[in-house]
Design a protein around this ligand. Structure first.
Ligand code: NAD
Ligand code: UDP
Ligand code: UDP
Length: 345
């Protein structure tokens, strides 16, 4: 491929250079940052399947090579170990920017949590800046995976894209929430100020195969606990709500957004809303009728409810999720069961 992959120190890279039209005709060249992670690896599968050449940039902070191993040897696939906090030189047509320590256990409860939370903030700010600088220089289209966390503990329900959010700027989650809010700001500034073609997706809670087994998110926790015959840990009274989207729906939405002429932001989520107690019940039905629950103290600033209003994505992207929680959960359970058995071997 015509790709250069040199990592450079912080220097100025000169004026924007559009990719010659001839190169584009050979199929798209796409970068996926965070492509070794849960969502990223499913996105890579879809892009390669439709004929794109894909470069993954990942520092393996929470991602794993196992998620991509089935593409090793494919000449259209390339994996670069790189931290997006550092600048990079590449020549591509599209950048899907997913790199971010995304699960709460990695930015909240980790024993070295100050370092980790700083890393989440730094990745969101400096990583996004570098990817936008790259997009500007090469004239690539840039898509940011933002989050429903930008709405904080919302006072509007369900949340529309027009809602500005209710975020504690100094709380334990703020490295993530405020990091993504800043990433959105940078994205729009590069669009307005440097004419970069940008797209913003606000992703709501997503689950599916390849999630980290122990990353602390609720669906992965409950499923792994039920499979290991441990009680499912419900934080607080379990009456808080979330809306759970299956990963293939999200990936379809991300690609639809990238290919559209819309900037966004767009909520990408499944409006099916569940309390954590209801979720535990669905996991119990799916995994083990004998599964039990155990209550634990909730964490600070936990949003009380969350549900996307997806009217905008339906109208402008012609996208809506297809997989209900009861359909999607068994697909994740199959993957988790296999990985937990492998672990126990
Ligand atoms: P994940 O942790 O599985 O994937 C993130 C990937 O980014 C990992 O492979 C990790 O190694 C990589 N990474 C982290 N910091 C990096 C850095 N500095 N340089 C290079 N690579 C780095 O998480 P995910 O669930 O796949 O999330 C993907 C994106 O979607 C994230 O931006 C996240 O904020 C967003 N998102 C996810 C959800 C969800 O429910 N899964 C919800 C909202 C938003
Ligand atoms: N950058 C990069 N690759 C490129 C172009 C830029 O990593 O191909 C980084 C660059 O190091 C800088 C950031 O993106 O830190 C923002 O770049 P921009 O040109 O917008 O800002 P400047 O370099 O003028 O501060
Ligand atoms: N939660 C829970 N048990 C767990 C992990 C999480 O009850 O083992 C709760 C958590 O308090 C929150 C909800 O599940 O109310 C979703 O948490 P998660 O970390 O998955 O996502 P986020 O808070 O980012 O939406």
């Amino acid at each position: 491929t015509a790709t250069t992959t040199t990592t450079l120190p912080s220097v100025s890279f000169g004026a924007a250079r559009r990719v010659p039209a001839g190169l584009k005709q050979r199929g798209r060249r796409v970068v996926v940052t965070g492509g070794a992670g849960f969502v990223g690896s499913h996105l890579v599968d879809k892009l390669l399947a439709r004929g794109d050449s894909v470069i993954v940039i990942d520092n393996f902070f929470t991602g794993r090579k196992e998620n991509l191993v089935h593409h090793f040897g494919d000449p259209r696939f390339e994996l670069i170990r790189h931290d997006v906090v550092e600048p990079i030189l590449l020549e591509v047509d599209q950048i899907y920017h997913l790199a971010c320590p995304a699960s709460p256990v990695h930015y909240k409860y980790n024993p070295i949590k100050t370092i980790i939370s700083f890393s989440a903030y730094k990745t969101n700010v400096m990583g996004t800046l570098n990817m936008l600088g790259l997009a500007k220089r090469i004239g690539a289209r840039f898509l940011l995976t933002s989050t429903s966390e930008v709405y904080g503990d919302p006072l509007e329900h369900p949340q529309k894209e027009t809602y500005w959010g209710h975020v504690n700027p100094i709380g334990v989650r703020s490295c993530y929430d405020e990091g993504k809010r800043t990433a959105e700001t940078l994205t729009m500034d590069y669009h307005r100020g440097a004419d970069v073609e940008v797209r913003i997706a606000r992703i709501f809670n997503t689950y599916g195969p390849r999630m980290c087994l122990d990353d602390g998110r609720v669906v992965s926790n409950f499923v792994a606990q039920a499979l290991r015959r441990q009680p499912m840990t419900v934080y607080g009274d379990g009456k808080q709500t979330r809306s759970f989207q299956y990963v293939s729906d999200l990936v379809d939405g991300l690609v639809a957004l990238m290919e559209s002429d819309q900037i966004g932001p767009f909520n990408l989520g499944n409006p099916g809303e569940f309390t954590m107690l209801e979720l535990a019940e669905v996991v119990k039905e799916t995994v083990d009728p004998g599964a039990t629950i155990e209550f634990k103290d909730n964490t600070a600033d936990d949003p009380h409810m969350r549900k996307p209003d997806i009217t905008k994505a339906k109208e402008l992207l012609n996208w809506e999720p297809k997989v209900s929680l009861r359909k999607g959960l068994p697909l994740m359970v199959t993957d988790f069961r296999k990985r937990i058995l492998d672990e126990e071997k």
